[in-house]
Design a protein around this ligand. Sequence first.
Ligand code: ADE
Ligand code: ZN
Length: 335
Amino acid sequence: MNAFIQGLPKVELHLHIEGSLEPELLFTLAQRNNINLPYSSPEALRKAYEFDDLQSFLDIYYQGANALITEQDFYDLTWAYLQRCHSDKVMHTEIFFDPQTHTERGIAFDTVINGIYRALQDGQHKLAISSHIIMCFLRHLSEESAIDTLKRALDHKDKIIGVGLDSSEQGHPPKKFQNVFTQARDEGFLTVAHAGEEGPAQNIVDAIDILGVSRVDHGVRCVDSPELLDSLVESQMPLTVCPLSNIKLRVFDDMSQHNIVELLRRGVAVTINSDDPAYFGGYMTDNFQAVSAAHAMTYNELAQFTLNAIDASFIDPSLKHEYRRRVEEYLGKSI
Ligand code: ADE
Ligand code: ZN
């Protein structure tokens, strides 16, 4: 089973590029940028990655992002992630970035997006990995700040396919960002949002109805509402589920309690993703393996996660067709 998972072609739809900053690269960047870290080594930093909930993670994650200063830093961060994608057989990735985390501390929007974009272009040319960029608004900040960020993104419309919503879900419901999401859609951006990770099922309903999202990020709390669950099956609204993240942030007690396989079997369009792999103990293959170790699944079920992700992606139809063909060819060889 592990060999099947390793070779399975994959598509990632929920990855915060700042969350792929491994302790070793963090130390290299801190040294390069003359930043003092309150840890003696990458190993000591890694040991500090014990979280009680989403907020306790976010506090450490925003601290780590402070080491990213230059365009080359953002390039190196993204390039390191793409190399992991290459080993994990990821054909396509749609990555989030949090511009406000950087602009709030004086880093130019252009510095961030240009570094990420240049690495993704190299990923396409040198590793044959296709990609899109989604810009997330931080929900603990105001809607005015999100609107200001949207304005800055207009010069980079050619590089950014959509907008999303992340950070602290509790106390910051989708409705707070209704206006900025309407403006983003009017400008032609697709929309997604984190909802139902720690927050209630109603946030999933509101992300769909008020923010007009094409996908829900996480969404695992949908099981609290039987009507919502039925409507997700009916509409085939995709959920970008992040199994190892949910265990690390204690959304579920352990992987055997995780509902992703139950949702798959109910006919919900669930996908497997890594969220913040440097902090949660694994990239795409690790996430597939962790789910498969806790829940017996067939090859077809495992491949269905990739087929769901291809359908849910923002790739154009001809490339979707090619990626489906690769999965079917792989299945044909494996069975
Ligand atoms: N930012 C980075 N990872 C996140 C997560 N899992 N939930 C909300 N915001 C995030
Ligand atoms: Zn996330």
